[in-house]
Design a protein. Structure first.
Length: 109
């Protein structure tokens, strides 16, 4: 959500005590993420882009399970930071390899 009166971005993540059924395509909702941002942000930091980032992170079922198993807010935050790091490493690796053929290291004849 974009809010004119904000000076910086805010993200709130809530882990529900029990799964909620919020409709046909949203059964078993366990996490609710609210992203608030001011309108004048870099294109990569808009509320929509931040929401996409969290959607990517939370699409990993193993990551969601790990978040469900955390006992403290600090563990939860650490898991988020770790997942972000993993995605950053994967994205860097895939962008380096995009458009390049993988060559075997066979000697030339």
């Amino acid at each position: 959500c974009t809010i004119k009166s904000l000076q910086r971005r805010h993200v709130c993540i809530s882990r529900l005590e029990r799964p909620q059924n919020w409709g046909e395509n949203s059964c078993e909702v366990r996490f609710v993420i609210l992203v608030l941002a001011p309108p004048k942000m870099k294109s990569t930091k808009t509320a929509t882009e931040v929401g996409r980032t969290f959607a990517t992170m939370f699409s990993d079922i193993a990551f969601r399970q790990k978040l469900l198993e955390t006992k403290t807010e600090e563990e939860f935050k650490e898991a988020l930071v770790h997942q972000r790091h993993l995605l950053t490493v994967v994205n860097r690796h895939s962008s380096v390899n995009d458009g390049h053929k993988v060559h075997s290291h066979k000697p030339l004849k």
